[in-house]
Structures are given as C-alpha cells and as structure tokens.
Ligand binder design. Sequence first.
Ligand code: ZN
Ligand code: ZN
Ligand code: ZN
Length: 374
Amino acid sequence: MDAVSTTPFPASVYAARLDRASALAADAGLDAIVVGPGPDLQYLVGVDGDTIERLTALVLGPGIAPTVVVPRMELAKVRSTAVGELGLAVSDWVDGDDAHTLVADVITGATRVGVSDALPALHVIPLADGLGLPLELATPVLREGRMIKDADEIAELRRAGTAIDAVHRRVPEWLRAGRTEREVAVDIAEAIVAEGHRTVEFVIVGSGPNGADPHHEVSDRVIEDGDVVVVDIGGAVPSGYNSDSTRTYVVGTPDATAAERIAVLVRAQQAAVDAVRPGVTAEQVDAAARTVLADAGLGDAFLHRTGHGIGVSVHEEPYIAPGNDLVLREGMAFSIEPGIYFAGEWGSRIEDIVVVTSDGCERLNVAPHGLTAV
Ligand code: ZN
Ligand code: ZN
Ligand code: ZN
C-alpha cells in the first residue's frame, strides 16, 4: 500500500468516528469489524492508499481497543496519521509472517465478524478460514458514519465544489473545433490541479456521438463545429474530499432540437434539486428528475440513476435511484445528475453536488447550468 496521510481534522474527530463505528457494530450484533484500505479506512483514521497483497487492516468493535495490523515497511507512514496521534495499538509484521493470524489474535472469541466492502478476497478468505467463521459485510455499519457529513466535511466538499466550478468556467478557453477530446482533457486536468485539487480523479470529454455514451471518457476524436460536448470532471482536494460536476457545452450554434431538449434537462435537474429535503426518500428525488423528462417524451433517453453520494470517495451511499427508499437526512451529500443520451448523435448531462440542510439543500456547484456555447 502506498499510504498517504490525509488527516485534515483534529485527532478528536477520528476518535469520535472510531467510537461511533464500534457502537454501531454493537447495535448490529457484530463483535468485530475488519477494515481494509479504502474510503472506510481513510474516513476512520486518515490512512489513504490502495489495496495490495500485503495486509493492512484496522480492527475495531465493542470492547476491542482499535488495532492496526500493518506491514512494518508502512509503519512510519501509518503512524503519521490519526493512528499515531491517537496512539492506537499497532501490530506490525514482515514478509514471511502470517498477517491474518495477527487479526485473529485481536478478535479472539468473536462469533460475528464484519469486513469492509473494500477488503480484498485475497484477505477475506484466509481470515474466514483462520477464524473458522463466515464473515459478514460491515457495509451497513460503516456507511452510517460516512453518509452523514459534519460541518468540517461539508466545508471540504464546498472547497472542492468551488475548485471544480472554477475549472468549468475556464472550459471555453480550451474547447473548440479542430482539437481532439484528449487535447482538451489534458488542459482540463492541468486546471483541476491548478484550481486547488491534489489529484485528478476523472476527466470525461464526450463530443458529438461520444456524448451519447455515459461511460465514455476521452478519445482522439476531433471536435467539430456544432458538436454538443459533455464535460464531467472531478478531483480530490488535499483533505481527500472529492468534487464531481458536469456541464454541457456546444461548439458554435446548437441544433434547435438539441437546445430544446437540453433546456428540459436543466429543468429536470432543477426539479430534483428542489425535491431534496430531510424526510424525502432517495427514490422521490430520482422521480422528480425522471418525471420532467418523461413528461417531455425524453424518459427513454435517461439511462441511469439520478445521483450518488460523495465524500472521501467519488461514488458512495446514498444512491439516488429508483427503488431506494432510504430517507434523506441533514448532512447527506450527493450528486444530482440526470442525463439524456441519443445513440449515434449526442448526449447531455448536468451535475451538481448538493448537501441536505434542515429545510432543503445547499448546491455546491453554481457554474451556469444551461447549454454553454463556446
Ligand atoms: Zn494468512
Ligand atoms: Zn460526474
Ligand atoms: Zn457523479
């Protein structure tokens, strides 16, 4: 694991998060939770890094002193996070040791053990074998903390939103006929960092027919006059919190039908934003956008959910999707990003991050929403 310290908050914040996770584990009847590298580990102790074959894991639970099992070569970096600030127990190991038994040693006697959803099968299977227990997903416990953002986390998401808005405002500098999507994306990526992000997480430039594929990233297609272009971009600010915002541009003068349909999409996006408040369900917010599009005969062109939660990861709970009856609460942060896609022709998406407030929501992206001519 290439561990990086991202502990933007005082140690007391991480201590409270750990206490809460243990209490939630107890409520769920879990004796222990094993958290592998990924957003949960970043949220709980500020250890940021990718999963690899050497086991790094945080073990916590009711009556368990939170303990980090870590390769000795990563020890210094892990100690530079809340793990060190809080003086958490550390069980380090070297190549040749069986790290899984170190986890088992911390949770002896446990009968129900949960694992974070990012813990790889490479570790889940040996852990289950070693413990002689079927492991459970700890996702319902771990998502509780991450889903509700406190004031400091919201401030970081706001910072990320302002930074990505600044990039969108500069897109007309780079987007023009005769350039490739990739050339435009290189300029955008540079600006994502220049405007205050630590990392570029993704850059989507979908011009003309490429915009009709919601999964398109970039290509060497040369942008043409009259193209509708979807630009969906995001990065992480130094604290690790993410931005994610989409705007739709047109090179020159838009086709009248495209302009009309995109105006409907802007209304659909606004309707979903207007629907957000505590007590409303995720699917009701999704339906608000979907209904506007369906009423305009564009229901079949909307190919995905309306949004996803965001925080130390770009996609997390809550998912704003049909069938999700999760009730929204103050402090939840998620995208509102309806889109319309016409295969072989063009596509459009408008995306803002919103945070649920006591009586509605705060929109974190305020760059102009309509079709922007460049
Ligand atoms: Zn093992
Ligand atoms: Zn996006
Ligand atoms: Zn998104």
